[in-house]
Design a protein around this ligand. Structure first.
Ligand code: ASP
Length: 340
């Protein structure tokens, strides 16, 4: 049915009013992640541990600098994710995992809660900071998601998007992970046929950020190289709005984990829907979805989530999740394992 204009206008007005009515408390909060996965404590050297914490802190500083001068949640998550994309420790931008062909295909998404604007890119190969391009899709195209060659062509039209050769993303650590994954796969004879069974994948280091700004607005962003040895132009949950990335006017989420399960369970949206429709606390909603629904389906991973009161949740069930936070009272921290 076509709505008559006055009714459509009225509906739009009441939507905008209810969004604007969310009281801006002046509080700010920021939460970031550098990916979930199984990283045994003893497998990280003290030097590596220090580098992880330093990178997480640099990202927190970048996001918080925006928030503390009254900037937007959108700018804060962009700034935080860019720092993590440039840090070779994480599986996003420099340091992204290799696909089965020995190259890199990157996915990213960003969403602004109160306007429901969103932008995403999938399978790009030359974009130094994929989150920048996702944001450009949101702000300078009529679309939400661009993939592959089309996303690259769109980037050609925006000279401010920094381009790099695909090997810029290479790191020795990720090449070793590819070699191990392919050796294992060859031993199992699974290269061309999917036999219905899955090994828990090697995923580590996807990055994300969720922020609440002093205007009461929330934004979320996620960026990743996906999963080691991925094939056939595989796209994960990170760039899929509602799966790995979501923000509305009361809640935002960035996920990390076995992407196929995050897509099938619309994880990021489900967490915020529970807050909106059931009145669940953020903590309860995030825990339920990540630690019960995803695991019951056979997946694993984690998520970071934040609500409009500045509450933060960071559930994970994968042994570790690189993460950092700054709460509304200014207290901050970074952690890798459970009880840090
Ligand atoms: N969720 C990502 C993907 O499936 C991987 C990760 O979080 O590390 O592409």
């Amino acid at each position: 049915m076509r709505l008559s204009l006055p009714l459509a206008a009225l509906l739009a007005m009441s939507f905008n009013l209810s969004a604007a009515e969310a009281p801006a408390t002046g509080k700010t909060a920021l939460v970031i992640h550098g990916g979930a996965g199984f990283v045994p404590r003893q497998s990280i050297t003290p030097g590596e541990r220090k580098a992880y914490h330093e990178a997480l802190n640099r990202a927190l500083d970048a996001g918080n600098a925006v928030l503390s001068r009254g900037g937007t949640a959108l700018d804060a998550v962009t700034a935080a994710v860019e720092v993590l994309e440039d840090a070779p420790q994480f599986n996003a931008g420099k340091g992204a995992v290799f696909n089965a062909k020995g190259g890199h295909e990157l996915d990213a998404a960003i969403m602004e809660g109160h306007t429901r604007r969103a932008g995403a890119i999938a399978g790009v190969t030359t974009i130094r900071n994929p989150i920048r391009l996702a944001r450009t899709v949101m702000e300078k195209s009529p679309h939400v998601m661009l993939a592959g060659e089309g996303a690259e062509a769109f980037a050609d039209e925006h000279p401010d998007i920094q381009r790099v050769p695909n090997h810029y993303f290479d790191t020795d650590k990720r090449r070793e992970q590819l070699e191990r994954a392919q050796a294992k796969e060859a031993a199992q004879g699974k290269r061309h046929a999917f036999d219905g069974t899955l090994d828990p994948p090697t995923y580590l280091g996807t990055v994300g950020a969720v922020a609440l700004d002093s205007h009461g607005h929330i934004a979320a962003a996620t960026s990743t190289g996906g999963m080691t040895n991925k094939k056939w132009g595989r796209v994960g949950d990170a760039p899929i709005i509602g799966a790995g990335t979501w923000a509305d006017d009361r809640c935002g989420v960035s996920g990390t984990g076995w992407g196929e399960f995050y897509i099938r369970n619309a994880v990021a949206h489900d967490i915020c829907a529970r807050v909106a429709y059931r009145g669940d606390s953020l903590e309860v909603a995030a825990n339920e979805v990540v630690n019960r629904i995803v695991t019951a389906a056979g997946g694993d991973g984690g998520a970071i989530a934040l609500d409009r009161d500045g509450n933060i949740a960071m559930p994970f069930n994968s042994g570790s999740m690189f993460r950092g936070w700054i709460k509304p009272d200014g207290s901050r921290g970074t952690a890798i394992h459970e009880e840090e």
